[in-house]
Design a protein around this ligand. Sequence first.
Ligand code: GDP
Ligand code: CA
Length: 318
Amino acid sequence: MRIVVLAGGIGGARFLRGLKQAAPDADITVIGNTGDDIHLFGLKVCPDLDTVMYTLGGGIHEEQGWGRAGETFAVKEELAAYGVGPEWFGLGDRDVATHIVRTQMLGAGYPLSAVTEALCKRWEPGVRLLPMTDDRVETHVVVDTGEGRKAVHFQEYWVGLRAEPTAHAVVPVGAEQAAPAPGVLEAVAAADVVLFPPSNPVVSIGTILAVPGVREAIADAGVPVVGLSPLIGGAPVRGMADKVLAAIGVESTAAAVAAHYGSGLLDGWLVDASDAEAVPEVERVGIRCRAVPLLMSDTAATAAMARAALELAEEVRA
Ligand code: GDP
Ligand code: CA
């Protein structure tokens, strides 16, 4: 079975760990979000790709969900001593090595997809990890400041400002001119099923779908497309997805997110067992829906979610 998964960071990575356990023989291709990427201190940082790579490769800081286990912050402290910021970005020493290798390879002319493949030789994530594009795409968020509105980099909004200022728009800058990375469209065309993990619908999955050709390829693949809600009881399980959903005019409910993807894209949708009343609402818009526990409390619980998604895909296929 060939499975294609569109993934952001923590939500995507944790789901993938469960999926690998649920479908050990499957051939899994991950299309990773690169809209969160940022250039810091001359280094190219790809937070979502790294979260997937570290999580599946056993290098993740488990409790935090991002960054390296056993991390130290000497580089960050030394930069701060020089007064060089941003101070809000948690750049760890071990993590810096990844960014140095990536930046060096990009500088030598390798595309991000080749660099990601090279980094994965060390981490052996057990999936094929592809960036959504080799081109530069940067998500910007239009926020209220004291002196009117301005656009800031997604990382500044999310990490630096903790999504506190009201967001009015989310713009994947560069997406319109971007091309899917080599292998992305081919993987979708060859897939038996496409899964949307409980990743952020706006700044993770929404950004991947904004790369021209990706949404169309998924809609036209003629295979079941099944997603899992990142919202439980009308709120994100962690993070601030409700803020960016509000910015694009989507209500923070499992049903509203399904309707936002739409029946043209999505065939099946899983909501949490506590959101069972959303099932008929989702089915009314033409998306098959089931309510099952959606808390990724451990790998076994997450594997059960992945099995439920694959079962729903089989139902859709039949
Ligand atoms: P990010 O790039 O690190 O923000 O990660 P993703 O975009 O992949 O995933 C973020 C989303 O995962 C958030 O909107 C959370 O609500 C969702 N999430 C995190 N943990 C869980 C969980 O245990 N269950 C569900 N259903 N969603 C979760
Ligand atoms: Ca992210």
